[in-house]
Design a protein. Sequence first.
Length: 497
Amino acid sequence: MTTGMATLAPDEKSSQTSASKRWLALGVIAMAQLMVVLDATIVTISLPFAQQDLGISDGNRQWILTAYTLIFGGLLLLGGRLADYLGRRRIFLIGLIGFAGASALAGLAQNTAELFAGRGLQGAFGALLAPAALSLVSITFTEAKERARAFGVFAGVSAGGAAIGLIVGGLLTEYASWRWCLLVNTPIALLAFAGAIAFVVKDTPAPRTGGYDLPGAVTATLGLISVVYGFSRAASDGWTATTTLGFLVAGVALLVAFVTIERRTANPLLPLRIPGEINRGGSFLVALITPIAMFAMFLNLSFYLQLTLGYSALKAGVSFLPFPIGIVISAGIASALLPRIGPRPVMLTGAVLGTGGLLYLAQLSFGDSYSTSVLPAILLIALGMGGLFVAMQTTALHQVDEKDSGVASALLNAAQQVGGSIGTALLMTLSVQAADRYAKNHPTIDNVVARASIHSYDVAFYAGAGFFLLTIPIIAFMIRDKPENLLEGSEHVHVGV
């Protein structure tokens, strides 16, 4: 007697099991990526409490943030190449265990040195995790529609992680302790480790015909660290300070030396063919510029909510909640459209929405409310960012062979990290200068301090909108991929079980 239910053949059952395992693996990878991304901002709201508990001076408190971003940005390329040569899953697992231990060290720190050391180690293991995670997505999902959906999830996490960090940081600071902004990573990393063992497939490391490119690794790492540190010094010392200029010049010189080495070595850390392909090159430029605009929103809006509107740490964090919600919605829409219309229209739409959102935000004036002047702008920017990140991450790995997927992923992360550092330094400097000018030009106006602060935020928002605008011609002229070409090169991907 038949029941009307179809009986699956063994190969169909195997295919469904394999698909289910891939999506579970994506959940694990996304969890790890979220942990790495939000860790750059989760301590922002709790920073004053950590400073008070451990007696950290005003001059040194920036290292709570900089120790993480500096090491993370500097080691990304090396971490990506290690993933290629030693296996993405293996490096992913090492990164998770190391991140768990580093988070525990930072969260339990009893003095300044222990906290800074823990944050630096978090950055080092994050530099292993981030490129391994993105390259694992790339080699796990090879079918067009599945890959677009997978990148949609990953891009949503990457784009919304900074806002989620502010929300979680506010919650933990309000109801637990600043220490839990760091300690929370330990159980999450251990849970992700167990999930990775169960669901993330073993990949085959790229065959290596020569030795490691040690000169390239040294110049790239020191160059990126010097550039990131130089921009961090600009925020506190100014753009013309000897320390700022010295580190920036040294960093650029080291990166020029790195490119020269990569052109001549037989086994380069970063094969120049990766950024040299026009679609990938355009994506890396967009990845560099977009975080500058994003930091215009996160940093200055955080100050506006807490200092001008008087929001508590928790309320300020929750006020960012519409951003990750908008990211999820737009990333889902973009992942469905990408295989049909290609990346260029999706990225252009995202850049236009982001520009419009920041221009709307730049109209803030004294006495405005969150619901009318902030919320619509956050939603516009979020709806733009989801699509932009999905398409950007897809084209950044355009036709990349499996043997280069780790370093290509690392280059994308490095571009975003350097962009974020530039944004922090540049927009903070612009804001401070704008506030000083406003106060001097309007000495008798009522509520001059609050008005000067709002004016400074508007200047930063306008600057951010300008950077978003800059991405539009880059996307229009450099992103040429067609929908049918998105997976060219995926036949080179080999994943073992």
